[in-house]
Design a binder for this molecule. Sequence first.
Ligand code: ADP
Ligand code: MG
Length: 653
Amino acid sequence: MTDPIIALDAVRREFAAGDTTVVALDDLSLSIQPGEMVAIIGSSGSGKSTLLNILGCLDRPTSGAYRVAGKNVSELDADALAALRREHFGFIFQRYHLLGDLTAAENVEIPAIYAGMKARERRTRADRLLARLGVNERSGHRPNQLSGGQQQRVSIARALINGAEVILADEPTGALDRRSGDEVLRILAELHHEGRTIIIVTHDSDVAARAERIIELRDGKIVSDRRTGPTDTSGSPERSARASWDSGLSWSGALRRLREAAQMALVSMAAHRLRAFLTMLGIIIGIAAVSSVVALGNASQRKVLSDISSLGTNTIEVFPGKDFGDARAGKIKTLVLDDARALGRQSFIAGVTPTVSTSTTVRYRGTESNVLVNGVGESYFQVKGAKLAKGRLFDTDAVRNIERQVVIDDNTRKTFFADDQTAGIGRVIWLGKVPCRIVGVIAQQQGGFGSNQNLSVYLPYTTVQAQFTGDRALRSVLLRISDEISTTLAQDAVTTLLTQRHNTKDFVILNTDDIRRTITSTTQTLAFLVAAIAVISLVVGGIGVMNIMLVSVSERISEIGVRMAVGARRGDILQQFLVEATLISSIAGIAGILVAILLGAAINLAMPGFQVTYSSFSIGAAFLTSTGIGVAFGYFPARRAAFLDPVVALTRD
Ligand code: ADP
Ligand code: MG
């Protein structure tokens, strides 16, 4: 006699049932030779299924030794057991246990996927097996489109695809009508003739009669073990049918399994489209909101900074007052023309423009309005980046000669000369009681701080002092710094000089670099806040993914059981769910990015002068973040699936 392929020695299996323990197998010893066809019979609850689960390495004995082809199973880890199930055993279940989302052929291929078989070889094997079992015309159908007999034949094909030496069948005809049942038994007998070892659990004595050996169980013990005929050893165990799998541990095998996992994830997402979409929604909104807010923030920062740049980088402006917003600044009259002249004599000052201002009324042909009168030097416009729309600006002579020339802004033009071809050039308007001739119109400045509805006009500061304010106090002194001097140094020098002249520091200095720094740091604070909100919203999205994946796992427990029974490793199950979670969240991430880009385009259309752009860096970051969420939040549910007990998972309905 050859060595037994299966040898049980005093195998005991106990289950905890409440406070008591149920002994399902009671120190059972048994050995089965290769090529035997064995029926295990016994009344319900006698331990048949428990025995079969242990034989198939789905379950482990509580005590005792089980050897498969000489290997002690209790010394094997979970993955080695999975390998045994995959490569030595083929399971046939009473209820077929096909996966409903897959076609017949795809169901047959599952064990081969876990064995790392190449797709083409898998497909031809599946086709050949389905043809042999007479269901090849049905290979593209899903289980619910097949009869019970057909489903059972598909499940036999699945058991055979890796060339199983031992077929384990638990009540294979239990759910079938007589004819289909006979057909299944005929197939099993044929497989037996090829040299395979067949072990059938049944409570049907007619079914048992087909076997050459009948083992009867009662209360977890063997009560009889008889041979009804000689062992048919005509066939030798068919090695040729075995697959040429790699162990599945090679790179190409692992890559193939990853691809299959992605495909499975797509199948399962397609089967639950609405759910997948709702899961994605949280992440879509999160990613879209965060990317748009960040892009908007960048765009407005760019805009403000470019507005400031139009003021010129190397200018500073000196105002009277102890501090910005000093309420008594208007009463401080110490900043005077002599200060401006003194500053103008400094080597580091390239240009000086004193400014004065007052408000009065402007009148033209019966129309009257309030106006801000700015007295400025001739270089003021250039320093402030104001653009001439029509006419000309006044020059040095006009300032020196205290001429009543006025440059009006666009609001003033619109108020008085909206319908006038000349835009008011050459006309005389009355500022209070002073008639002035309009020489130019400056264009409206885009955005920035100054764009409001107030009217402003600009005259030589000498004229404003002589005609309106009557005193020598200035509103401010605008200074252009030589290029070779840093603004900070210049600012310090100006401070020292003016403090000396005034004996006190009764002025403040506005430096565009300071404003720029303030704005940059404000946007940085904002960006930090946005990032915080982003993290929160993405965590919420991630929890959504985790939630749905947990539901998905518990819904698919029996699928997980089937996959484990046909040889999926823990890693395969983990990978499948992790890939699904990652795929969901990265697809959601892409959708979120697209939404954000569309939003940005809409904003660009609606607000000219505003440029929302997405850098490839931020797109990449958004994508990686969403993918990371899938991995992080999918891991726990996936792990939970991977560590399910195969028997518990299989018997869950
Ligand atoms: P059979 O397949 O012969 O009907 P089983 O092997 O399913 O019998 O069960 C044998 C005994 O073990 C029964 O008493 C059953 O209640 C018990 N049993 C089986 N599985 C479990 C389990 N997971 N937990 C508790 N008891 C179990
Ligand atoms: Mg049973």
